[in-house]
Design a protein around this ligand. Structure first.
Ligand SMILES: [Zn+2]
Length: 269
């Protein structure tokens, strides 16, 4: 079995500082062949690239995303823009396969909606210009996120496969709009929770060729590890639940979601 964990924050050194090698080994033993390292701020982006370089021979492919999360949108200044461009110009050499995570989050008011929108739109522009998919985070800001994405789509500023709505928690209606724009939908541990509500319906509706699996490690650990530190090896529980919902075998779901991830992000690092 080959599984592609399309979203993990292994760059949070505090969480993995004592056992990163064991975490990568566990992933390999669980059938994880590829991990996309997500980024919340430019400091993470840099650590992702260093980690990829340092663990080249770990037996799991590591790819990097660069980007600034909406919660820290106020840090996205001119210097950040310049720094991101420097990296993106060398994306192949640095193993950068996506811009993210970027997006809109009104759950906490660390950044104003305007600051979030500015950082989001600018980084969507970078993704388009450097022909990379975006990893989009949306929380309690569905309407404004859709408004921005629709405007970009109307102005022909979205790629044909613009990216993924990561840890998707929206409704079936919202999912349909995003699928029409070419987006993939990523699902994590919460789909294994007993109280999972909207996600199962969205997964049942979503075409198989648009589903991605992810962990969002160290957060979002699936049952039976709910509440503990998450790690990429646990992505298999997400694959299992998704296979159950789609009524196909676990092997088939692993194969399909891996092919989807490779189509969107590439096979190599
Ligand atoms: Zn994340």
């Amino acid at each position: 079995m080959e599984i592609f964990d399309t979203h993990a924050h292994l760059n949070w050194r505090e969480e993995y500082k004592d056992d990163i090698d064991a975490v990568l080994e566990n992933a390999k033993n669980a059938g994880v062949t590829h991990i996309l390292l997500a980024s919340s701020e430019l400091h993470d982006s840099k650590i992702n690239m260093d980690l990829r370089e340092a663990k080249k021979d770990c037996g799991v492919k590591l790819s990097c995303a660069v980007g600034v999360h909406p919660e820290v949108a106020t840090t996205f200044d001119d210097e950040s823009k310049w720094q991101m461009e420097q990296w993106l110009k060398k994306k192949d050499e640095l193993g950068i396969v996506a811009v993210g995570e970027i997006g809109m989050d009104y759950h906490y008011d660390d950044a104003s909606p305007a600051a979030e929108a500015m950082a989001f739109i600018y980084q969507m522009g970078l993704a388009y210009r450097y022909d990379l998919p975006a990893i989009i985070h949306e929380r309690d800001a569905c309407e404004d996120t859709l408004f921005i994405l629709k405007s970009l789509s109307e102005q022909k500023l979205l790629r044909e496969t613009p990216g993924v709505l990561h840890c998707f928690s929206g409704s079936v209606e919202t999912a349909k709009i995003l699928l029409d724009m070419g987006f993939y939908l990523g699902f994590d541990g919460p789909i294994t929770f007993k109280n999972a509500r909207k996600a199962p319906d969205v997964i049942r509706m979503c075409p198989l060729d648009r589903l991605l699996v992810e962990t969002d490690s160290p957060y979002m650990a699936p049952v039976p590890f709910r509440g503990h530190r998450n790690e990429p090896a646990y992505v298999k529980y997400v694959v299992e639940e998704m296979a159950r919902l789609k009524e196909i075998s676990v092997e088939e779901m692993a194969r399909i979601t891996t092919e989807n991830a490779q189509r969107l992000f590439g096979k190599d690092t």
